[in-house]
Design a protein around this ligand. Sequence first.
Ligand SMILES: [Zn+2]
Ligand SMILES: [Zn+2]
Length: 244
Amino acid sequence: MKLIILGSGTILTQHARNCSGYLIDDRLLFDCGPGIWRALGMAATDPAEIDHICLTHFHVDHVSDLQAILMTRWLTGLKKVPLAIVGPQNLPEWFGYLKKLHGPWIDDLNLKLYPADRSIRINDRLEIVPVNTEHTEYSQGYLLKSDGESSLFYSGDMDFNTKLIDKVRGTTVGLLEASNTEETKIEGHLTPRLAGRFAQRAGFQKLILIHQYPEVLEIDAVEEAAAEFEGTIITAEDGMTIEI
Ligand SMILES: [Zn+2]
Ligand SMILES: [Zn+2]
């Protein structure tokens, strides 16, 4: 399985990274933050191959480029390719706002909405399982299963959540947010150290740190996470391709 990091940053501009966007096997996109639609073009990825987009929550740093994707579909033949959009249970309500804002063409884009409260099979091999992250009322992360094995857990935004540990236990790779340092930690987000603790307790083999605010880029986030996690740790950077 191939993971391309389209955006590993936050809404702040100081570190010149795109916001959240993670592409699996050129067809499954986790989140659509500002900058990732253009990054897809830079990665020479064919947008017609993307048939599933999974949104974790509706904070702008995770969803704003979905509007760019929708407009591209409206203007081009891309709308001939069916696209499934998976999201929190208030996904239809959020789309209702988009329609009010942009107009009825939103209904004519060959989309299928899945306000997901259960797993969704993408093909014979891949299945996505939404898990509640409690970052916002309906926010969810995604556990990606490949041939029945838990391969990847994408946190979206989340705080340290012990209820989640059992649900994602034994996953190979954790793609976990690490927004703040221990000194600047805010509720609803992890630090590198807490990401390491979560990865260790969940028995991950590899931890990829994402969604880091500028102050985290000034510390050794890998060393911080390594104080709690014995597996492999890397810090994501935009444009990275990682084999899972
Ligand atoms: Zn958020
Ligand atoms: Zn965020």
